[in-house]
Design a protein. Structure first.
Length: 313
């Protein structure tokens, strides 16, 4: 099997490539830079085949993927800077990547009659209420530019393809890139007090665990919409921060102890700052994974424990 992977300089694409290599599946990585620009951690992705490609260039996308003749495409590339997406000067670029790039890939996959996996987000919903969002729910109402462009990408996939996986994820963290955990660890080093929102609820997703699931899925024909995060229950960003610091202390980092740093829960309104409206309810129902024979991800608490042992802080 040969799988074409986009966005390999990002958190998820990095881990998907390594998971493919682990299973002896040929992975071809792509991103916008001339050479692989992700973390140089000595893992398989750093030496696997890499192709620079501008996903907004329809002709280039078609030529390259048709030349490679992959058996499937896993599309991880996206504009994910949610606040920056709101800036007027960025909006055209955000739509070009999240919608245009996705449409270009979907068209080629349709022409080659191969499955496409599109990584999407809970931001396609409005984040209201407290009920977990079902993967086949069509009550879309994105609150911001990022969410609306990712929804446009979903629509492009379903317009062109029957062989598709749309996998929505949330609260992502991985070794390759910046994320909430790294931010909290860095901020915690230099502050004795932190304010973290406690009215946005969801579940973290470790890209290492997610990559295993995605590679499981792409080898099947169980197409459709899915939700995938780690197990372990729904939490707030405040809860997550408390657990990050607690586990950091367990690993010997006393600078994150409650004696030195206090974390205060605040509402989104009290916190302010954000340019983009954020969903309060990022709960994703993942039961469809089990129903289709896929193994759920481990708990986020276990994922966090493994992750903190992987990174330097």
């Amino acid at each position: 099997m040969k799988v074409f992977v986009t966005g390999v300089a990002g958190q998820l694409g990095h881990d998907v490539m390594n998971e493919l290599a682990k299973r002896g599946i040929e992975g071809i990585g792509s991103d916008i830079a001339d050479t692989y620009s992700g973390v140089q951690d000595g893992s398989a992705v750093t030496t696997m085949r890499y192709i620079p490609i501008d996903l907004t260039d329809e002709e280039a996308v078609a030529a390259r993927i048709i030349f490679e003749q992959p058996d499937a495409v896993i599309h991880c590339a996206a504009w994910t800077a949610v606040d920056a997406a709101e800036d007027e000067e960025n909006r055209y670029k955000v739509r070009g990547i999240n919608f245009g790039g996705t449409k270009n890939i979907a068209k080629v996959c349709s022409e080659l009659n191969i499955p496409m996996m599109y990584i999407s987000t809970d931001y396609v919903f409005d984040g209201q209420g407290t009920e977990p969002w079902q993967p086949d729910c069509k009550d879309y109402n994105p609150l911001n530019v990022y969410g609306s462009t990712k929804l446009a990408g979903e629509t492009a996939v379903t317009n062109y393809l029957e062989k598709f996986f749309i996998v929505r994820i949330a609260w992502v963290f991985g070794v390759n890139g910046n994320n909430f955990i790294k931010t909290m660890l860095n901020v915690g080093k230099n502050h004795t007090e932190l304010k973290v929102v406690n009215d946005q609820i969801g579940t973290p997703t470790y890209t290492y665990d997610l990559a295993r699931l995605l590679v499981d899925m792409i080898q099947t024909d169980k197409y459709g919409y899915y939700h995938a995060t780690n197990e372990g229950g729904y939490i707030s960003w405040y809860d997550f921060t408390k657990e990050i610091f607690r586990q950091a202390v367990e690993l010997g980092h006393e600078e994150y102890s409650e004696d030195r740093i206090t974390v205060f829960p605040v509402t989104t309104e009290e916190y302010g700052v954000s340019k983009a409206a954020r969903p309060f309810n990022s709960r994703l129902d993942k039961s469809k994974l089990k129903e289709n024979g896929f193994e759920p991800l481990p708990t986020w608490q276990d994922a966090l424990h493994r992750y903190l042992q992987e990174i330097e802080f």
